[in-house]
Design a protein around this ligand. Sequence first.
Ligand SMILES: Cc1cc2nc3c(=O)[nH]c(=O)nc-3n(C[C@H](O)[C@H](O)[C@H](O)COP(=O)(O)OP(=O)(O)OC[C@H]3O[C@@H](n4cnc5c(N)ncnc54)[C@H](O)[C@@H]3O)c2cc1C
Length: 455
Amino acid sequence: MKDFYDVVIVGASSAGAYFARKMAERGFSVLVLEKETPETLSREYDVFHMGRAEMARYGLPQVQPGDGVYCFAFTDDTQYSPYGQHAKPGKTDVIGMHKNGYMLRMDAWAEEAGAEILYGACYNDALYENGRISGVRFTLDGAPAQVGCRLLADCSGKQAVVRRSLPDTYGIEKFALTARDVFFVKLRYIKFEEPMERWLKSQFYLFYKIWIAPSDDSADAILGVGSSCSYEVGEKFYQLFCKNVRTPPYRVVREEVGTTPYHRALYSFVADGFIAMGDAACLTKPNNGEGTTAALALEEIAADVAAAAMQGGAYPTRDALWPINKRYNDGQGKEFAMVLAAFARAVSHSIKMNDFLYAHDAIFSKKIIGAVGGSSGIGPGEIAKAVFFILYGMATGNIKPTEIGGMLLGGVKAVRVLLHYARYPANPAGFPAWVKKADRLWDSVGQMADYQIEI
Ligand SMILES: Cc1cc2nc3c(=O)[nH]c(=O)nc-3n(C[C@H](O)[C@H](O)[C@H](O)COP(=O)(O)OP(=O)(O)OC[C@H]3O[C@@H](n4cnc5c(N)ncnc54)[C@H](O)[C@@H]3O)c2cc1C
């Protein structure tokens, strides 16, 4: 370890490893501090998923069957109505991998480019010179240590240990995630008494937020339940699912639980000599809570901008790093914000309404569900059809006006959020006014936890 690095990154999981690789590739000296050991790294849960296209798009390390990291791949992805009779088949291309193994592979990939990774190194606090970040204090295998840097990156996950340790006046939000701000996920690895083809494919039941997908060799499938508010709420939906959807008999081989951020991303990711990325910046996909690839769009921009800001030994000031905020929010940032706002209310409706809309392929239609999180391609025909079935549903008592009113209002607010993010300020001068309005919009949108229905 040297006394000084251009970049110090806290956290050697997906966000930290990717940024380390990108900065090392550009010729900067990079040190990554990771409190876990290689054996204990990323062990909160075992199997995780990444889209094959995203892995290719960001040039991530590849995996192969039989290499000890690869678990499975699937391309079929069907959405089901609450009683399981209305299926909307779709296509995807997803790879399942062991998380610990793949994170070690990403770390090795960063090291190949020249980054140094210290395991057993726990961040304590930042060092400052003239009020600006100039290094970090940490413990290495329990002994105090420190190192200087120009840029400090918080990739420490949802605990966000770095941004939360900065002075209140440093220009970075310091909030901690509460139970209202996360999605509670419980994974059951299940084995069927008699495996049946359909149940070994990816299938999603929106009403219960339940997903059944392939597993590694230890089980036939993974049954995941996601829920706002608490694990107990998720269990109630799981019990209702078991009552309403006929699955072949299965036993649970093992269970895993964990939370994933379900909160708008930081308004600003940057400050003097500082950037937050990954879960530390609340960068998860708003439609499913996945975060490993969600963070890459920001990180790719961050590596470009930070490299330019640090050219010739320059200190990366907040002003010089600001284009990271602007470029991110001009793209993925505004889309994620819109979907997050829309989802706050979209899932708050009765089983009856959900079933009705699935049956008539309206709102929860193949086209709209398929478009979530991506470019929509939804035309006037789809909207007219949705309006027709909403009116028909109200006339026949399948949809309550309050339910659909809330959903439509949520849609309107989501568009307002999109428009506001599209006007993200090009420099810090316009930021306070932008934040004021953004706060008002998010307050009026609320969160999924605010609209959780009782069952
Ligand atoms: C049950 C469950 C299933 C999920 N499934 C998927 C999935 O299939 N696909 C997907 O994309 N996402 C999934 N997610 C979300 C995904 O796990 C996270 O979004 C992703 O891991 C975030 O990556 P990160 O690098 O930002 O943070 P993390 O993976 O949390 O890594 C942060 C790192 O920082 C280290 N650290 C923390 N504090 C310190 C400190 N003081 N000093 C030094 N190091 C420190 C930690 O040890 C850790 O290694 C799932 C989440 C859960 C809970």
